[in-house]
Design a protein around this ligand. Structure first.
Ligand SMILES: Cc1cc2nc3c(=O)[nH]c(=O)nc-3n(C[C@H](O)[C@H](O)[C@H](O)COP(=O)(O)OP(=O)(O)OC[C@H]3O[C@@H](n4cnc5c(N)ncnc54)[C@H](O)[C@@H]3O)c2cc1C
Length: 324
């Protein structure tokens, strides 16, 4: 019997997340070694979505519907997914490495008795098997892992694969099952977005991003001035800067922040952890300013400026001022 690779789809406001399409691309690549992808969609009303993705991807889809699957919560999701998986016995179960994915994956792996490898960024195959790569220690170390079990649950780092855009001529099959739950031990009673207004990041041509290397909140002034040089410039930040409270989380770029792809991205005092890079690596040009010549951000930068930003940026602003 042909092996299966199951993709657990993630929905946000009734749509598939981009990370879901990336996991489908990942599953296709993994499937090139002999297993066939299938998609499971847990949610409240998923028939329309199941038919849409089966039509566009050509992949067979199983929708699982229940009132309790309207908003993500580990207990009902895990129980519903396991119920369907027990008849499938897939080689791999793949999820986005998102808040949902990394919450759900370990529990699924425990119940399925499989390995769990998270935040996969690359796969490599040789005659001995398939190897999964991920970053550790904020991108300073790359680890390669192999599951010690025959099957595995995997989470895929957002941004590591390009979202699947393949259109298939032949639609996959669609099956929608109803799930039934006894009440769990917890329940979501409210979910609301923070009241902050949308930041200007999505429409920016140039993003000047501040990292912990700016040293202190007062130095944001020079970052704002630099962004202000450009008519469609905006200020971004690493998570460290947001965690320090120097900028609001609407400015955060990266895996748990926004994904941006401006024409120019200027990283100021940002080390280049994989979680940051995953949110900005689609930028057309990257300039990085960092005192450490070995900072990982320089691996993806087009222009590497090894300088103290507190000296370099004021000097640059002065030059621009003079030129004007
Ligand atoms: C689950 C998870 C999700 C995460 N999501 C995100 C995310 O979405 N976005 C994100 O950014 N991070 C995220 N992180 C955190 C991430 O791993 C890093 O810790 C973070 O990006 C580091 O921020 P930084 O580069 O500003 O700080 P640091 O790593 O501390 O780097 C500071 C850099 O500034 C340089 N520097 C210091 N002084 C100067 C100076 N005077 N001039 C120039 N350079 C200087 C240093 O050499 C250093 O490279 C996440 C982590 C986890 C575990």
């Amino acid at each position: 019997m042909e092996e299966k690779i199951v993709v657990i789809a993630e929905l946000s406001r009734g749509r598939f997340t981009r990370a879901t399409h990336e996991v489908i691309s990942f599953a296709r690549e993994l499937g090139s070694v002999g297993a066939r992808p299938e998609i499971i969609i847990p949610g409240k009303n998923v028939r329309g979505l199941a038919e849409e993705i089966a039509r566009t991807s050509g992949i067979d889809v199983i929708g699982i519907e229940a009132e309790a699957l309207d908003l993500y919560s580990a207990e009902p999701f895990k129980s519903a997914i396991l119920d369907v998986l027990k008849d499938m016995n897939p080689a791999y179960v793949c999820l986005p490495h998102s808040a949902m994915g990394f919450d759900l994956a370990p529990g699924l792996a425990v119940d399925l008795g499989t390995a769990c490898i998270t935040a996969v960024e690359e796969i490599r195959e040789d005659e001995k098997g398939i190897y999964f790569s991920r970053s550790m220690w904020g991108g300073k170390i790359r680890a390669e892992l192999v599951p010690m079990t025959q099957r595995a649950v995997l989470t895929v780092l957002p941004g590591a694969w390009t979202a699947s855009v393949e259109e298939s001529g032949i639609a996959g099959s669609v099956r929608v099952v109803k799930a039934d739950f006894a009440s769990g031990t917890s329940e979501i009673t409210l979910m609301e977005a923070p009241g902050e207004r949308e930041s200007e990041l999505p429409g920016a041509d140039v993003i000047v991003s501040a990292g912990r290397g700016i040293g202190k909140e007062e130095n944001l002034g020079m970052i704002r001035k630099l962004a202000g040089i450009f008519s469609r410039g905006a200020v971004g930040a690493s998570r460290s800067v947001c965690d320090l409270g120097w900028l609001g989380y609407k400015h955060q770029i990266g895996f748990t922040g926004r994904t941006v792809s401006p024409g120019l991205y200027i990283a100021c005092g940002i080390s280049g952890a994989i979680q940051h890079i995953s949110g900005m690596k689609g930028s057309q040009m990257v300039i990085a300013i960092n005192t450490d010549p070995h900072a990982p951000i320089f691996n993806i930068a087009d222009y590497c400026i090894v300088e103290d930003l507190t000296e370099f940026i004021p000097a640059l602003l002065e030059l621009v001022e003079t030129a004007r």
